[in-house]
Design a protein around this ligand. Structure first.
Ligand code: SF4
Length: 222
């Protein structure tokens, strides 16, 4: 069990799945910049995050729902939680809004599963399904929170806590995802990862510091 003080944002799960360095830059170093993708996502969430609630016959809908799980060590907000009436009980059904289309990587599904597990802990109800609404094809994708997705969510939350507790920002590994990363200008992945190895990079950094340092053998007036 984590404590209130050690809770981390659910949204950081997506960052760590996308890239550990990006996650560390945002959540350890406090760096954030917008690009087209993040700006579009922000606008979409602002539309959904208007708060409030609605009710139809067998579905109640709540917007911008605060979430917390001490067992995962996470806190955040669900865009939408629908409550579906099932044999006299209202079962939570989280819905997350995303820009773009469905991805092969599990980042969106892990984030939604974390929301479901928060809801389970908060309401003591089994939450077995939810959905992700993708803005590009305007399509809702149903997600089942099976054992494998739950396991991945728990492991990702642990990895996130380990990374943040370490306080260390990993060096970059340049690949295709860097092209859509909002932090590419700050991270400089090509410049750093083009060096033959991390060891070479660190050795050069130490040498550079050595050249700048004062020579202890040199005396005033030499
Ligand atoms: S530019 Fe690439 S390596 Fe750097 S933070 Fe972004 S995804 Fe990670």
């Amino acid at each position: 069990m984590y404590t209130e003080e050690t809770l981390l944002p659910i949204s950081a799960l997506q960052h760590i799945i996308f890239c550990e360095r990006q996650c560390a830059l945002i959540h350890i170093e406090g760096i954030w910049t917008e690009n087209l993708f993040t700006a579009e996502g922000k606008i979409l969430h602002e539309r959904v995050d208007s708060g409030g609630a609605e009710s139809r016959k067998n579905i109640k809908t709540a917007y911008s729902v605060a979430l917390k799980s001490l067992s995962l060590g996470l806190t955040g907000k669900a865009d939408v939680v629908e409550y579906h009436k099932n044999i006299g009980k209202w079962i939570p059904f989280p819905v997350e809004y995303k820009r773009g289309r469905s991805k092969i990587a599990n980042c969106d599904r892990v984030q939604l599963c974390a929301q479901a597990m928060c809801l389970e802990e908060m309401t003591e109800t089994v939450v077995s399904e939810g959905a992700i609404f993708y803005a590009k094809p305007r399509r809702r994708e149903g997600i089942v929170f099976d054992e494998s997705l739950r396991h991945e969510t728990i492991e990702t939350a642990k990895r996130l806590h380990d990374l943040i507790n370490s306080g260390i920002t990993p060096l970059p590994q340049y690949n295709r995802r860097c092209e859509s990363c909002s932090l590419v200008e700050i991270c400089m992945p090509k410049r750093i990862s083009n060096r033959s190895s991390v060891k070479d990079y660190l050795e050069k950094a130490v040498n550079d510091i050595g050249h700048c340092a004062p020579n202890p053998a040199r005396r005033y007036g030499d």
